[in-house]
Design a protein around this ligand. Structure first.
Ligand SMILES: [Zn+2]
Length: 332
C-alpha cells in the first residue's frame, strides 16, 4: 500500500527534532542516523530517512534528482488524523466532490475521474486571464451534437478543477502513486490514463514536450506539471499587454552531443499579478490544464572555461493557458 506523505522533519526516541537537511548533513558527514518517529503528537509511528538520490531514466541522458525526505518505515502507518495521514486526506477530498458526472463510482468500489469533461470545459473557455464566461449552450435539441451530452457550467468546472488539483497536490506530496491509483482511475474518453502519465515532475518536462503536438498542431493534452516557482515577471510600464508570468525552475538536459544542452521552461501567464505572486518563490506548485508546446529558440556562445569550445543551448517552452484560477494549487 501507499507509503504516505513525505515529511520534512521527524523526532528520535528521546523526542529531539531533526529536519531533513540535518539528516542529509549527518549522512554526508558519515554520522549515524537515529531511529526516527513521526513528529505529529497524535502519531509517533516509525518513519525512515531517504537520502538525496538520482533516478536513471530509460534511454535518457539526464537522471532525475530526488531531494531527501522522510517517509514511513516498512509496515508502519500514520494514525487516523495525523497530519501525514494520506488516506485520511484523500477521504476528505472525495467527500467534498460528490458530482457523479465527474467523479463516477465504479462497481469495484473505486472511482473514476472523467478528464474529458475538464478537457472540453477548458477548451471552451477564453484565453489566459480573460474572464472565463460560460459559453451559452445552444437552445434545446442541440444536446445530441455535444460530444458527451454534458457540458460543465463555469461553477461546475471550477469545482471539478479544485478536486483535480487537490488530488494532484496530494499525489505530489506522497512518495508514490499507490494510494491514488488504488482508489481512482483516470479516464479520458475511452482511454485509461496511468497517474504516471498524468503528473510530471522536473526531470520529466522533456517527456511532456515529446507528448505534445508540434506548435500550431492544435492538440493540447490535459496533464499536470509540478513546478518550483522561480520568478514572477510583471509587464513593463510601457507594455501593451497586461499579463504577468510565473516562471518555474527550468530543466536542463545533457544531450548525446557534449556541446549541446537543452532547456525546458515551464511558465504560466495571468492578468492578476497579485494572485500569481501568492505562489512564493521556492514553493512547489501544481499546474494543471491543457498544455501546449510554445516556441523553441537556439543560441550559441563560447564555453565559460574552455577556449575554442562553442556551446549551443536550445530552449523549449511549455505553455499553459489558464481559464480558471483553480488550475494552480500549492503542494503542501
Ligand atoms: Zn504520523
Amino acid at each position: 500500500m501507499s507509503k504516505g506523505i513525505k515529511m520534512l522533519s521527524a523526532v528520535d526516541a528521546q523526542g529531539a527534532s531533526y529536519t531533513v537537511d540535518q539528516l542529509q548533513a549527518r549522512y554526508e558527514n558519515a554520522q549515524s542516523i537515529p531511529a526516527l518517529f513521526c513528529d505529529d503528537a497524535k502519531c509517533g509511528h516509525a518513519v525512515r530517512f531517504v537520502k538525496w538520490h538520482t533516478q536513471n531514466r530509460k534511454g535518457r541522458v539526464t537522471p532525475i534528482q530526488v531531494p531527501a525526505y522522510i517517509g514511513l518505515s516498512r509496515d508502519s502507518d500514520h494514525v487516523l488524523g495525523c497530519r501525514y495521514d494520506a488516506p485520511g486526506r484523500l477521504k476528505l477530498i472525495l467527500a467534498a466532490a460528490s458530482d457523479p458526472n465527474f467523479l463516477h463510482a465504479l462497481d469495484d468500489g473505486k472511482r473514476e475521474l472523467r478528464l474529458l469533461i475538464l478537457h472540453q470545459g477548458l477548451q471552451g473557455r477564453g484565453a489566459s486571464g480573460n474572464p472565463a464566461a460560460p459559453r451559452p449552450l445552444p437552445p434545446g435539441g442541440a444536446a445530441a451534437q455535444r460530444p458527451t451530452g454534458f457540458r460543465a457550467t463555469k461553477e461546475q468546472l471550477d469545482s471539478y478543477l479544485r478536486t483535480t488539483t487537490d488530488l494532484l497536490a496530494l499525489r505530489a506530496a506522497c512518495e508514490d502513486d499507490d494510494l491514488l491509483a488504488a482508489n481512482l482511475t483516470l479516464r479520458l474518453g475511452k482511454r485509461r490514463i496511468a497517474w504516471h502519465d498524468f503528473l510530471y515532475e522536473s526531470g520529466r518536462y522533456d517527456e511532456v514536450w515529446e507528448k505534445l503536438a508540434p506548435e500550431g498542431g492544435g492538440h493540447a493534452l490535459p496533464l499536470a506539471i509540478i513546478g518550483t516557482v522561480k520568478s514572477h515577471k510583471m509587464p513593463p510600464a510601457d507594455a501593451t499587454y497586461t499579463t504577468t508570468y510565473l516562471n518555474c525552475e527550468s530543466q536542463l538536459n545533457r544531450t548525446d552531443d557534449p556541446n549541446r544542452r537543452e532547456y525546458f521552461e515551464v511558465s504560466v501567464g495571468h492578468a492578476d499579478a497579485e494572485w500569481l505572486q501568492q505562489f512564493a518563490v521556492g514553493s512547489q506548485l501544481i499546474l494543471f490544464g491543457l498544455w501546449k508546446r510554445g516556441s523553441t529558440s537556439e543560441s550559441s556562445k563560447p564555453h565559460p572555461r574552455e577556449e575554442g569550445r562553442i556551446m549551443t543551448y536550445v530552449t523549449h517552452k511549455l505553455r499553459l493557458s489558464l481559464a480558471s484560477k483553480r488550475q494552480l494549487a500549492p503542494v503542501r
